[in-house]
Each structure stands twice: as C-alpha cells, then as structure tokens.
Write a protein that binds this ligand. Structure first.
Ligand code: HEC
Length: 150
C-alpha cells in the first residue's frame, strides 16, 4: 500500500512549532507541515470539529509558549496561567481522542495519547512547589507525532 502525503497548513505553525525540541528540526522552513500517516483509503470525518479543537490546541500551545518565556509576570501568576493552559491542552487532547469515527478520527485517536499524557505530566509538574516547566516545554514537540515539516 502506498502512503501518499496529505499536506495540512498550520496557520499558527511558525511560532508554535518553532519552539523547544521542534526548533532544531524545523529551522529551515515554517509555512507548511505535512501529515505523514494518512493511509490511501483515508476518509475525512467530522473535519470541522477536529479542525476547531486542533486550532484551539494550537492557540493554547502558543499561549503556553509565551508564558514559559515570560519573565515579567510574577512567578505565582505565571504558575497559575501555565497550569490553566496545560489543563486546557489536556482537555482538548482528550476531546480529540474521544468519540466514534474512522478515517482521520481513528488516526487521531490512536496517536493523541502521547500528547494527552505529556500534557498531564506537564500539568502535575507545573503544579509543584517549586513548579517544574520542563515537560511543558516539550509539548510542542508532540505535535510532530502527526505533523511534520515539509
Ligand atoms: C494525533 C495526531 C495529531 C497530533 C498529535 C496533533 N495533530 Fe494537529 N491535526 C491532526 C489532524 C488529523 C488534523 C486534521 C487535518 C485534516 O483533516 O486536514 C489536524 C489539524 C490541525 C490544525 C488545523 C489545520 C487547518 O486545517 O486549519 C492545526 C492548527 C493543528 N492540527 C495543530 C496542531 C498542534 C499545534 C499540535 C500539537 C499541540 C497538533 N496539531 C497535534 C493530527 C494531529
């Protein structure tokens, strides 16, 4: 079976993906990512829903990224915001993995666990005293499980 590539544009890709672990992999380009794991008989299902949850997640990853780099906000406020952001990412990744469906949904359902689990780990670490943000910084790299640079 062949596995043709399905390109997807990530409008928020540049900031989001050009962070952390992803940085070294993505320095050469920024406009398009490619979905590598679509099989040939791929069927789109509930695309709008996936897209809006996925876009919400992209927005949240961007917010998180800026929070992690924020050295102005008082530490306690920052911790609260980071935890809220991670909670939202955890929620969105659970939502993306839930529910029936095949095609792109089956693909997501079978791959989103890594993101959800890391979001959870990152939230717990960020809730600590003192907070640890290292796992949070690795989250953007998880997008590459399904999205890769063209
Ligand atoms: C489990 C696989 C998977 C993971 C992990 C994943 N995505 Fe997606 N993403 C998809 C699929 C599938 C679509 C829908 C693409 C389609 O049907 O065209 C999508 C769509 C998107 C879109 C919408 C593109 C558009 O058409 O507007 C954005 C933005 C996006 N993803 C960003 C992210 C970000 C940011 C992350 C990391 C937090 C991420 N994705 C992690 C599979 C994944």
């Amino acid at each position: 079976m062949t596995w043709p590539m399905k390109s997807i544009r990530l409008r928020l890709h540049a900031r989001i993906l050009l962070t952390g672990v992803a940085m070294s992999l993505l320095l050469t380009s920024c406009a398009t990512v490619r979905q590598v794991t679509y099989p040939r008989d791929f069927v789109y299902l509930e695309k709008t829903e996936i897209t809006s949850d996925m876009q919400a997640m992209a927005v949240e990853i961007d917010r998180l990224d800026r929070l992690l780099a924020d050295s102005v906000t008082p530490a306690i406020d920052r911790q609260e915001k980071v935890v809220a952001s991670l909670t939202e990412i955890e929620r969105l990744s659970s939502a993306l993995g839930a529910g029936p469906g095949g095609g792109n949904h089956a693909l997501i359902a079978s791959n989103i666990d890594g993101l959800r689990d890391l979001a959870r780990t990152a939230r717990i670490a960020a809730e600590g005293d003192p907070p640890v943000y290292y796992p949070a910084g690795r989250l953007a790299g998880q997008c590459l499980a399904c999205h890769v640079q063209r």
